[in-house]
Ligand binder design. Structure first.
Ligand SMILES: Nc1ncnc2c1ncn2[C@@H]1O[C@H](COP(=O)(O)OP(=O)(O)OP(=O)(O)O)[C@@H](O)[C@H]1O
Length: 365
């Protein structure tokens, strides 16, 4: 296992201040004589030291442009960007290079040098940074140990699986002890079990090395597994931002709801609802399982409350720190009994009982 460097430890001990700050940042591309695309539109957010900040959105939402703005590969059309305490918007390239040396980058397609060994790939940024050979070798060995590839030091990228390639990519990104790791769709090219392995590694980099991570992705799984806070992007704007649990367990309206709704499997789709209605005559109620024990207790009292129910749909989602989910039930009973049952479910479900948006069901807000 790698130990945090003195510098990283000191930085971590300095506390959770802002490492990245965007203030009203817009990036517009001119695409023709009189046409333009606003890829990032009046975006403001802060990433604090030591956190994992996820940015999620559909393709074209502006995520890649956002991440390129963080490392200065794109310049804002307006607004200010502060990274590691320095305002990088308008900074000359020579100074920018220094800021960039404090930022590691992990790519979707790994971007490894095919002609270099695994060790050679990880050593490359250290060579560029002027590390001495002995220090380089020690650091590479430490990193390969950390990512579980000590036995692959002499292998070439083509001899590795996708997950192993990405682990090399992460080792390389961590090599020069950066403060920030930018992960650009780092698991999109991987299968589900390999994705999990890579996400576990990113989490360890955050927890054990104290590195601050900004992960952009279109996969809810990535956000759930590693992020502390999430920004949902749509058409260049951040439409929702907050702790992962809050954003995903209580999606609001518009783009965020449509994104979250399409990615979470706990809500019945219209097709599910049509199928459910064919097999049940009860009233369909969807209840939040923020406090599943309390909801379970109410369900356990259904008969005493004069109703019967059947579970027709449901799912739980886990985030880094908590679990949440929705349960859809079909309830039968006379109106007064169902009303009483509903009232109890509402308070047990933390007021989060959610309409599934079709006729014949109850919605409570
Ligand atoms: N250099 C550029 N010139 C012109 N338009 C651009 C440029 N870069 C990005 N865009 C446009 O800006 C918008 C946002 O693109 P961006 O790549 O940032 O989105 P994204 O969320 O990362 O999407 P994806 O996941 O598909 O990469 C898109 O409409 C894209 O076509």
């Amino acid at each position: 296992m790698s130990t945090p460097s003195t510098e990283s430890t000191a930085a971590l001990a300095a506390g959770g201040g802002p490492l990245i700050h965007f203030s009203n940042v817009t990036r517009t591309f001119t695409t023709g004589k009189s046409s333009s695309v606003t890829a990032v539109d009046d975006v403001s957010f802060t990433v604090n030291r030591g956190e994992v900040y996820g940015v999620i959105g559909f393709s074209g939402a502006g995520k890649s442009t956002l991440i390129r703005l963080v490392n200065g590969l794109e310049k804002p059309t307006s607004g200010t960007i502060t990274v590691l305490g320095q305002q990088i918007s308008g900074m000359p390239e020579s100074k920018l290079r220094h800021v960039r040396s404090r930022i590691g980058m992990v790519f979707q397609q790994f971007n490894l040098f095919t002609s270099r060994t695994v060790a050679g790939n990880v050593a490359y940024p250290l060579k560029v940074a002027g590390w001495k050979k002995e220090e380089r070798e020690a650091r590479v060995a430490e990193l390969l140990e950390f990512v579980g590839l000590a036995d692959k030091a002499k292998a070439y990228p083509e001899q590795l699986s996708g997950g192993q390639k990405q682990r090399v990519g992460i080792a390389r990104a961590l090599a020069a002890e950066p403060d920030i790791l930018l992960a650009d769709e780092s698991t999109s090219a991987l299968d589900p079990s390999t994705t999990e392995e890579v996400l576990r590694l990113l989490r360890r980099a955050n927890e054990e090395l104290g590195i601050t991570i900004v992960a952009i992705t279109h996969e809810m799984e990535v956000i759930r597994a590693i992020a502390d806070r999430v920004a949902v992007m749509d058409k260049g704007r951040i439409v929702e931002e907050g702790p992962v649990y809050d954003v995903f367990s209580n999606p609001r309206s518009g783009a965020e709801a449509s994104f979250v709704g399409s990615a979470l499997k706990d809500r019945p789709t219209d097709a599910d609802l049509a199928r459910i209605r064919k097999s049940t005559s009860g009233r369909l109620i969807t209840v939040s399982l923020r406090d599943s024990a309390a909801v379970g207790a109410v369900l356990g009292r259904a008969a005493a409350l004069g109703v019967s129910f059947e579970i027709v749909h449901g799912g739980m989602n886990t985030t880094k720190n908590a679990a949440f989910g929705l349960l859809t039930i079909s309830v039968e009973g006379d109106d007064a009994a169902v009303a009483g049952f509903l009232a109890e479910l509402r308070s047990a479900g933390d007021g989060q009982e959610i309409s599934t948006g079709a006729t014949g069901e109850e919605a409570a807000r």
